[in-house]
Design a protein around this ligand. Structure first.
Ligand SMILES: [Zn+2]
Length: 387
């Protein structure tokens, strides 16, 4: 008996063992494409009562991000993407930062982020690490624990939290270098590479000394979304505080999504389904996303389908987000159109949503048509899923 796939059919058992696959077409509900995407960075301070914050409100914000498909990335990931276009961004990227190392970074942010698979950044002014005042601060053991758990990474907010623009160059260097050394000396294996300017204060001299001290990024208190051309020592952040309205919080998170889907076309032969989406060569701010779940944990072959034309990219970057991380495969879309082209074998777990993305950081037009995820495990019963 021949298997067949019908649009709109969610789950169909079929009687041939070769049909253990899911296909997500660009016309499926599991597909979305965007242009003009960027990365919002959120700036928090204390998260509990001394700051007028109800910790439950923070937890609710993190739940909203999780339930709406946001994925945290690290500052290292951001810096590499901004400079090289790689690693590719996950869908709905966001960076969570926390200034001043208040104890709630450990008691509230740490467990909340860990439970949701998120990461964050703790900008610590090192003179006050472990200091208990009316505003308590996390200590080095707590910072090291959060670091080793891979959840919250401690970076520099200088030593004394002075506005760097008010200091002479020697004092500025002391603040930048001594805080970096304190973090590296107290957190095993740590290389401190990121800075937040106290009070958001910076100028050309501050940037030059920050760079000379070995920092790779610095965040400000300027509001806005970050794109690849945003200066790495002037990264924008959205301040989130107890008075931030829900609508404001959500629009700040959504500010990185850009606008508009990739245009659809059916001009070239060999398409899958009824059409395909395309984007012109860009810088990685255009992204197509195929989402899927698998019926059982195991090893799967992921393949992509496209149409060819002479204007196509020869280095179209498909990225598979899998149980072990993310893997990017560059494909030549000037050839092998109208067929399934393997992107590799990857492990996926049931109950989780995974993605394949294609972005426009390429040397020609990129084509988003369909992807297929096919089980290699005999433990998976015969199934075909069309989303
Ligand atoms: Zn601060």
């Amino acid at each position: 008996m021949k298997s067949f796939i019908a649009a709109g059919l969610l789950l169909a058992c079929v009687s041939v063992s070769s049909a253990q696959s899911i296909i997500v077409d660009n016309a499926s509900s599991g597909f979305v494409s965007r242009t003009g995407i960027g990365v919002p960075i959120f700036m928090y301070h204390g998260l509990d009562a001394p700051f007028g914050y109800n910790a439950a409100d923070f937890v609710a914000q993190m739940d909203w991000l999780k339930n709406n498909g946001f994925n945290t990335i690290t500052l290292d990931h951001y810096r590499s993407w901004a400079q090289t276009g790689s690693p590719a961004l996950p869908p709905k990227p966001i960076i969570l930062t926390f200034d001043d190392n208040y104890l709630s970074i450990y008691t509230v942010a740490y467990p909340t982020l860990q439970a949701r698979g998120f990461t964050g950044v703790n900008y610590a002014h090192t003179y006050y690490v472990g200091v208990m005042t009316s505003y308590d601060h996390a200590d080095w053991l707590e910072c090291a624990e959060m670091e080793q758990a891979g959840v919250i990474f401690t970076e520099s907010h200088t030593v004394m939290h002075n506005n760097l623009t008010t200091l002479n160059t020697a004092a500025m260097d002391n603040e930048l270098i001594n805080s970096k050394n304190a973090i590296q000396n107290n957190i095993p294996g740590k290389v401190c590479k990121h800075l937040a300017y106290p009070y958001g204060g910076y100028n050309a001299t501050v940037i030059a000394r920050t760079q000379a001290a070995g920092y790779q990024t610095a965040t400000t208190t300027l509001s806005g979304v970050n794109v690849r051309t945003t200066p790495l020592y002037e990264l924008r952040r959205y301040g989130i505080n107890p008075n931030t309205a829900t609508a404001t919080f959500q629009s700040a998170a959504n500010a990185g999504l850009g606008s508009g889907a990739w245009p659809a076309s059916s001009a070239d032969p060999g398409l899958y389904g009824t059409n395909y989406a395309t984007a012109a060569a860009g810088t990685g701010h255009g992204q197509a996303i195929w989402s899927f779940t698998v019926p059982a944990s195991g090893l799967y072959t992921v393949s992509a389908w496209w149409t060819t034309n002479t204007n196509r990219a020869t280095n179209a970057p498909f990225t598979v987000f899998h149980a072990g991380g993310q893997s990017t495969v560059l494909v030549n879309q000037q050839q092998n159109g109208g067929q399934w082209n393997p992107l590799g074998q990857y492990t996926f777990q049931s109950g989780k949503t995974y993605f394949v993305t294609l972005n426009d950081n390429a040397n020609g037009v990129v084509v988003a048509d369909a992807i297929r995820v096919q089980s290699l495990s005999s433990a998976v019963a015969d199934w075909t899923l069309y989303e």
